[in-house]
Design a protein around this ligand. Sequence first.
Ligand code: IMP
Length: 183
Amino acid sequence: MMKDDIEEILVSETQIREICIQLGAQITHDYQDKKPLLIGLLKGCIPFMSDLVKHIDLYVDMEYLSVSSYHGGIASTGDVKITKDSDISLKNRDILIIEDIVDTANTITTMLEVFKNRGANSVKVVTLLDKPGGRLKPYTPDYIGTTIPNQFVVGYGLDYNELYRNLPYVGILKKAVYSNKES
Ligand code: IMP
């Protein structure tokens, strides 16, 4: 079964729920006089975005972009591509990017630049997970669910070779799964 591939649960369903409630309240407070445009980066954002927005008590627009940088492995290629762009104009909008994880920060810093160049009024980032040990450039997200060690994780939107996105928690994958060795 899929769950047998998980070595350890790092962020439980209960913890994720608490994070969504807390971040939702903070975002509601910070954007109270605004109508932010929430942009989720597919596909990893889906579980987090759908749970988080339920705790944001504001009028919001929601949009999704597809960005690719991993191409199936466990290390970022650093080559960030927009494969599905926004249908909504970003000009003068207060944008809140919703990410599953910030690792090297290549993806998010590229997106920040793109959105600012398109005339956004403000661009901030909320990420469920922050992995500062993986950084290739200095960057701190505006809203962080929780900080994790520099390990490859799956679940709750995060994949390995497109699998495990449907796990209800975030866990560490057994090394044997990607090294073909028994751990
Ligand atoms: P970054 O550009 O290296 O910051 O990585 C951002 C993207 O890489 C995330 O949106 C994820 O899709 C993917 N990623 C980074 N770390 C992990 C991980 O531990 N597991 C699964 N995907 C990851």
